[in-house]
Design a protein around this ligand. Structure first.
Ligand code: SF4
Ligand code: SF4
Length: 274
């Protein structure tokens, strides 16, 4: 009887599942990727940020500074060491794209250097791919391979299926065998010992199929030497590890159900001021 009353009570409780279609990627309590303030006149060219970065993803030159956000651990060592406050924590955690090079950003005194109007939006390069047509319509099943990961990604994948995030609700399901998977989700830098296993998993998959690199280690190697994928990933999701809400927004983007282009959104964000 008590259980029955409890169930009735539950009907009137507010939902706990986040609506990640509207939830944005700015997380004030997260450090996020570092933002360059866009005024090289303040930069003394001391290169302390470059020297302290554990993944060597910053390059300081006299006329520009470059960040590879696909290799960034979002640790904020660079912003902490910069005595001129030229580098700031941003809270921006949505770092993913169909194009690996889009996660690399150059700045000069007027902001981001590359002209985005010359490039198609990142997702356009996927539109004619058979895997895109499949996942856009049906969602997808994935098999994850931990290829030397520190297991942070695995913890967050587990969390993404709890009742707060409810990832299956967007049509993304975990399967135990690569034979049943559309997507091979790879975490970790692809260590030598996992190279063979990763290839076996890939060879077991039916076509169309694709690889998604999940986490900074898979995208760039992170702190480690980067191994070789069986095939170039179709989507790159950085973060050490990406949080469940980031994974879900990234998957919605990959499936073409959400409009997001990393470089455009980052530029927009910087223009609003950090
Ligand atoms: S630590 Fe700051 S001042 Fe020094 S090179 Fe880096 S951005 Fe410039
Ligand atoms: S890894 Fe850390 S030090 Fe390097 S760019 Fe990212 S936040 Fe800065």
């Amino acid at each position: 009887m008590i259980g029955f009353l409890q169930e009735i009570f539950n009907l009137f409780k507010p939902h706990v599942t986040l609506d990640l279609r509207t939830h944005n990627g700015i997380a004030p309590k997260a450090r996020g990727i570092p933002a360059y303030k866009g005024d090289l006149s303040h930069c003394t060219d001391c290169k302390k940020c470059e020297a302290i970065c554990p993944t060597h993803c910053i390059e300081v030159q006299s006329d520009k500074i470059s960040f590879d956000y696909g290799a960034c651990l979002q640790c904020s060592l660079c912003s902490d060491v910069c005595e001129n406050n030229s580098i700031l924590e941003s809270g921006f955690v949505d770092v993913y794209s169909a194009r690996r090079d889009d996660l690399k950003v150059n700045y000069n005194s007027s902001g981001i250097l590359e002209s985005r109007k010359d490039l198609p939006e990142a997702m356009d390069i996927l539109k004619d791919d058979p895997i895109y047509k499949l996942v856009h319509k049906n969602g997808f099943n994935f098999r994850e391979v931990c290829a030397g990961s520190n297991t942070g990604v695995e913890w967050e994948i587990g969390a993404s299926y709890n009742n707060v995030f409810d990832m299956e609700n967007i049509g993304v399901r975990v399967v135990a065998s690569p034979k049943h998977a559309d997507i091979l989700l790879v975490s970790g830098p692809i260590s030598e010992n996992m190279h063979h296993g990763l290839n076996v998993a890939w060879d077991s998959m039916a076509k169309p199929r694709a690889i998604i690199a999940m986490g900074t280690e898979a995208v760039s190697g992170g702190l480690w030497k980067h191994g070789i994928f069986p095939e170039t990933p179709k989507f790159w999701i950085a973060g050490d590890p990406p949080r469940p809400d980031v994974m879900i927004r990234a998957f919605l983007t990959f499936m073409g159900r959400r409009d997001f282009d990393f470089k455009l959104k980052w530029l927009e964000f910087l223009k609003q001021g950090t």
